[in-house]
Ligand binder design. Structure first.
Ligand code: ZN
Length: 372
């Protein structure tokens, strides 16, 4: 008969053991074929939803408890990571449910655990650890992070701002800047705490906020910036090759004015008339445009990097000739590129950059939002 005192004494995992289990599982459900990412957002709070499922159960009536002695465990060692699998809620229920538990004897689960952990360690010996930063302040919150391909990093934790942004007043934009700074601080603290090497950024928000967020991202870690594929409903980053359709045209109109307007037309066309509605007639202009702007353009990393580099090069070339008072950035393009453009802004070298929000119902259609 089991010693009831021993049975009750169920030790908590140490932080190191918890972390170990998370890392060897790649932060994913270990159940065969599931691989669900175990970070989720519930009611606006990101949480680690991984369940530490026992292979051999602790309580007398629990699943597979009768195998404890046969497999050389004691009540104490049942809490060791060798007997635990990280799983999603559904799978942890299936293996423990009275109706289904018989399908999962210890041998099956130990083999599943071993297979999953081997697969995770095969990704690469030094697979990098990451922290996600989710900035989705439009179109409702994101609950799961779905990638187009196997996760390239071990995602350890996440920070998020998923509160809807709809206050387009000067105060609203100021609040948006402050929230960005707070979010970025949280992110940097997590990076330090978990010794992560990569930031995975999931952006879908008003463009001025994304460019501002990009300008805050220092090179403490490397970044992987995802783009939301609206058609397929998941996040993409790397892709096979570049999009050959993307040809950039650069047009300049330089009259030695004090202000420079930069028009970036990628997912839609920024019309010169709309810019004049805001700035009047007296400004130099730089137009960077893809052939046939379309919302489906520029999903992939290579394209984003190329466009960002070209734009930065052209702006900095103009700044060598002219001390602009202000740079006015009018941008119609994807969220990931907005973050990258923000990262390219060097406040020490550049004049003040003014950012505008577009709404076709507004007059003027572009309205000043904030400056960097
Ligand atoms: Zn699962």
């Amino acid at each position: 008969m089991a010693n009831s005192k021993e049975e009750r004494k169920r030790r908590d995992l140490t932080a190191a053991e918890n972390y170990h289990l998370w890392v060897v599982s790649g932060g994913m459900c270990s159940f065969d074929g599931c691989k669900k990412k175990l970070i989720e957002s519930t009611s606006g709070e990101l949480t680690n939803v991984g369940i530490k499922a026992h292979i051999i159960g602790h309580a007398k009536s629990s699943a597979r408890h009768e195998y404890m002695e046969k497999y050389g465990f004691t009540y104490e060692t049942l809490e060791n990571v060798e007997n635990l699998m990280l799983m999603c809620y559904d799978h942890s229920k299936i293996i423990d449910d009275k109706k289904t538990r018989d399908q999962f004897p210890p041998d099956i689960l130990f083999a599943m655990k071993e297979k999953h952990e081997k697969w995770v360690s095969s990704w690469s010996v030094d697979k990098k650890k990451s922290i996600a930063l989710i900035h989705k302040r439009m179109g409702g919150p994101l609950f799961d992070i779905e990638y187009d391909s196997p996760a390239p990093y071990i995602l350890l934790d996440a920070v998020e701002d998923q509160t809807v942004f709809d206050d387009f007043t000067p105060e609203g934009w100021e609040e948006g800047k402050k929230s960005n700074e707070i979010l970025y601080q949280k992110f940097i603290e997590k990076i330090k705490e978990k010794e992560a090497k990569v930031g995975e950024i999931f952006p879908l928000s008003a463009i001025p906020l994304l460019i501002h967020l990009g300008s805050l991202l220092t090179d403490t870690v490397s970044y992987s910036i995802y783009q939301f594929d609206r058609e397929k409903g998941f996040w993409v980053s790397e892709n096979p090759g570049v999009n050959k359709d993307i040809v950039l045209t650069v047009k300049k109109d330089i009259k030695d004015c004090d202000d420079l307007a930069v028009l970036v037309s990628i997912s839609g066309k920024v019309k010169m008339n709309s810019v004049k509605e805001v700035l009047g007639e007296e400004f130099d202009s730089l137009c960077v445009e893809v052939d046939d702007p379309d919302v489906k353009k520029v999903l992939y990393r290579e394209d984003v990097i190329n466009i960002q580099a070209k734009l930065k090069y052209e702006i900095e070339k103009l700044m060598q000739h002219q001390d602009y008072n202000k740079i006015h950035l009018f941008y119609a393009g994807p969220a990931g590129l907005a973050i990258e453009i923000g990262r390219g802004i060097n406040p020490k070298m550049w004049s003040e950059v003014c950012l505008y929000e577009y709404n076709k119902r507004w007059t003027p259609k572009y309205q000043y939002a904030l400056s960097i």
